[in-house]
Design a protein around this ligand. Sequence first.
Ligand code: MG
Ligand code: ZN
Length: 375
Amino acid sequence: MFKSMISLLCIFLMWASCTTTQQVVAPAPMAMKKKPSPKNIILLIGDGMGLTQISAGTYAYGNTSHFERMDVIGLHKSYASDNLITDSAAGATAFACGQKTYNGAIAVDQDTIPIGTILEEAEMRGLSTGLVSTSSITHATPASFIAHNKYRKNMEEIAEDFLDTEVDFFVGGGRKHFDSREKDERDLLAELRSKDYVISSYFEEELEAIVIDPSKNFGYLTSSEEPLRLTEGRGYLKDAVKKSISHLSHHDTSGFFLMIEGSQIDWGGHANNLDWVLNEWKEYNEIIGDVLDWAEKDGETLVVITADHETGGLAINPGSQMDSIVGAFTSTYHTGTMIPVFAKGPGADKFNGIYENTAIYDKMRAAYGWKTKPN
Ligand code: MG
Ligand code: ZN
């Protein structure tokens, strides 16, 4: 009894001295202040962009990159539910839905049941959303944020899903899946226009020249098939990124979610073509610079850069110099190495550490401050 009274007294004294100190040093409400949530999240996915791709690009282009402006660095484990080596569909579904699934799955679980995406939830919560890609907009990475399909190659079905989600802005290739379809005669671009979208394509006008009505949703198809390589004349990514941010930040005021994919870093890896990898990476690094310039000024935007997986098993071999990388590939497919994650802005500190690829979804939702899960 006496002993417990002594300890009670001790606790009281500790509490009293604590309170006194707190009052002197910092008022309690300040000490309790919550970390700020971002209003906007921009997720940048360099498809196939492992650490070696980033290293080679950094050395090859002056030993510096915009990645060096990022504050927090983590690593994610990229594997799929059915394979240690993921493909881009399972990889993007992990980011979009927070679940591991099988290779080839577009935002469906292991039993092919559709699962909600962060882009769909953002729409439900009244945010604006956007997708920009240097592949077809129906390709696995962008598709996993907006469509649900048991197999990534069902691109005409994936295109149909663009009518089910009110995505506010999208730019990418693959026009034929919308209006020159094999499975039916539908013209999905006309259907989108009748939903009050402004839809254009490389057929009609240059993206650069378009003045987008901020009150409308906007879509632009950059090619009929897959977009060209950068070095073969593809030139829309910079404009698409600039216009996406400008559109989404003016479209309404409740914030946005934007995914920007550098698709062809992966394709260079599949082709074991280091020049292709480096050229695509160089452009991707430049648009990261543009995104960071805007986000730093904005101050309410979380920027996350990562990849779904590494492609090619690229190594920087002996004999390399800064300006002449001797690259060697071990595979023409993806590999299983852990993948760097870079974050900057409000909520960035959550991305420190080593975690599953699915945690990126949880961390983005936690950063937004979203507590309840949608059904
Ligand atoms: Mg991709
Ligand atoms: Zn690939």
